[in-house]
Design a protein around this ligand. Structure first.
Ligand code: FES
Length: 378
């Protein structure tokens, strides 16, 4: 996931952070934090300031603590840092497969998802890469500025919802076409290694604003003409034809990761190609579709927050309280969950169980209201 921002942000809408995975998380007690902050600006947000220790009061929320063992700049514009994480005692880490991500519990308490971009065969090390997004949600700046070599960081995962074909588990595609937009190369890199290992016929189209903004070019250079680099400054904005090889045919698979406009082009282009599998992981928040305005009322204070038709409930809350917790913005991590005690929730996530919905739980980043107002427990 990551969240990472594409370097195409000047042309295409920029995400606040880049969620890189569509897997539900387990961060279920955030309701108290978000509502505490909402009801009073006097309430202090529990920001952990220890640079070298993960947040002590959240140890129940992350799985393990790893140590930053190496930092490397991996794009010529110096805005993408690759970070390696190891167990403090050097022991083996959990296995993972291409497309997996880690949840990082950053020193401030933010939780962000980042795709693993190293070698799955290396059990001693996880590698992620993060593009700095100066005007994002703060997670990328924190990774760049607050995680020096030797820092400890809480981690959950790896988990995978962007899985690459595995022999014997899914229908094996005859050929694989990868399309990556900027930092979207991170989940694709281990897939390429796997495709090589499996002896698949594969190709990559790697797009971005300029070459200097594209991370990991050196790692891709050994693959020669399997890789097509296409930058906007040289060729202009790409079309669907530019992104999809002309020889795509039934039985092929496309794996793509990048900004939404790129993904839309690929999806539209693949629609005319029957029998082609498309596997995608996008960067940005889930867009509002068929939204109607409603209000959120905080039970304890009575404060009312207006949610516009084209706005997520989370964005409305963030406008009132910029420190309200969130992470994926796509309805899978649970960080933004609140408890509704009155009103009819229009659930738009795929994460909450029927029982959780019956209890009044709601994910602010994607769900809306069927009634004019939702009252939220505080
Ligand atoms: S479910 Fe992740 S931010 Fe809402």
């Amino acid at each position: 996931m990551t969240p990472n921002a594409p370097e195409l942000t000047q042309r295409w809408p920029a995400p606040r952070e880049i969620p890189v995975d569509l897997r539900r998380g387990t961060h279920r007690d955030s309701i108290l934090r978000i509502l505490d902050v909402l009801v009073s600006t006097q309430v202090k947000w529990a920001v952990l300031i220890h640079r070298d220790k993960p947040p002590k009061n959240r140890t129940d929320e992350y799985k393990t603590t790893l140590t930053v063992s190496e930092r490397t700049t991996v794009a010529s514009d110096n805005d993408v840092v690759s970070i390696e994480l190891r167990a403090p005692d050097g022991s083996d880490l959990e296995r993972w497969h291409p497309g997996a991500h880690l949840d990082l519990y950053l020193p401030s308490g933010r939780i962000r998802q980042y795709s693993l971009c190293g070698d799955p065969a290396d059990r001693r090390c996880y590698r992620i890469a993060v593009r700095r997004i100066p005007d994002g949600g703060g997670g990328s700046n924190e990774v760049h500025d607050e995680l020096p070599v030797g820092a400890a960081v809480g981690v959950r995962g790896p988990r995978n919802a962007f899985g690459f074909v595995e022999p014997g588990r899914t229908k094996r595609a005859k050929r694989v076409h990868f399309v990556a937009g900027g930092i979207g190369i991170t989940p694709i890199l281990p897939m390429i290694r796997e495709a090589e290992r499996m002896g698949l016929d594969w190709s990559l189209v790697y797009v971005g604003r300029e070459r200097r903004t594209l991370p990991f070019l050196a790692e891709l250079s050994p693959f020669g003409d399997r890789v097509t680099i296409r930058t906007d400054d040289e060729y202009g904005l790409p079309t669907a034809t530019d992104l999809l090889p002309p020889n795509v045919r039934s039985g092929d698979a496309i794996y793509c990761c990048g900004p939404v406009p790129m993904m839309d082009l690929i999806t539209a282009g693949a629609r005319n190609q029957p029998g082609v599998e498309v596997h995608a992981e996008r960067f940005s928040a889930t867009p509002v579709v068929d939204g109607r305005p409603f209000r959120i009322q905080l039970a304890r204070t009575g404060q009312v927050i207006d949610v516009a038709a084209d706005q997520t409930a989370l964005d409305a809350v963030l406008r009132v309280n910029p420190k309200a917790p969130y992470s994926c913005r796509q309805g899978f991590c649970g960080t933004c969950m609140v408890h509704v005690i009155d009103g009819d929730v229009d659930h738009r996530d795929n994460s909450l169980s029927p029982a959780e919905r019956a209890e009044g739980k709601m994910l602010l980043c994607v769900s809306r209201s069927n009634s004019p107002c939702l009252t939220v427990k505080t």
